[in-house]
Design a binder for this molecule. Sequence first.
Ligand code: IPD
Ligand code: CA
Ligand code: CA
Length: 257
Amino acid sequence: MSELMDLVQVAKEAGAIMKNAVHMWESVHEKSGHANFATDYDERIQAFLFERLAQLEPEASFLGEEDGHEVFLPEYKKGLVFVVDPIDGTSNFLVGYRPSVVSIGLLKDGRPYRAVVYNPYFDMCFWAEAGKGAFLNGKPVHSSKNSLADSLIVFGTSPYYPDCKEETFRLAAEYLDRCIDLRRSGSAEWDLCSVAAGWAGMFFELRVSLWDYAAGALIVEEAGGKVTDLEGKSLTFEGKSSMLAVSEGVAREEYMP
Ligand code: IPD
Ligand code: CA
Ligand code: CA
């Protein structure tokens, strides 16, 4: 069995490929949906992750955003499954806006077991293991104790789903009155880490894929925060979901939309 630090090492090597990338626009291929880009780098980093992680856990299955590995199969409810997003924040990556991250989640019997989110541009690596706390570059992280009124909120726009647009901005307008201000990073995994680190009191997004939250959700919970869908229900970790992550402080109040 691998160690968590083995996953950290793999994420850092993948991050180096991302950081050293050149001529990104020349390697773009558009997927279905609005502005849904993938680059050769997304595919190359995913292939690198699958190869290295398979060496660490030969029994594990793999789910990833690229190359037809995106379907959650019923058998993934048992055993080990890596859920990776080789580049979370591909549009940031293309235009040079930060952050973009490498995300590795490991599910065990259908529940989050280990998680690593690495931002190579800031050289910041979050990791967590179920029941063992969350860390940033080796130091424990805790979500904020601030109230919602004294917190920032980060949110995602579900850019590939036009049907989510209206409700996303209705919620953003509602929450703007209830917090300090809103932020939009362009990486759902980074947003979840921002709640874990205590920088934001809440993250919400109407529809994200499993690889957008498999790692970050564990990191938030291990940092003392709470993650549900936007109706307050527990996540199933089987596929697409809405997302509502809150800090310890916000979890004590009435924070639902
Ligand atoms: C996207 C980012 C973005 C979020 C989208 C995701 P991608 O992932 O996490 O912040 O709003 O919902 O799909 O396409 O850059 O891997
Ligand atoms: Ca993603
Ligand atoms: Ca991606």
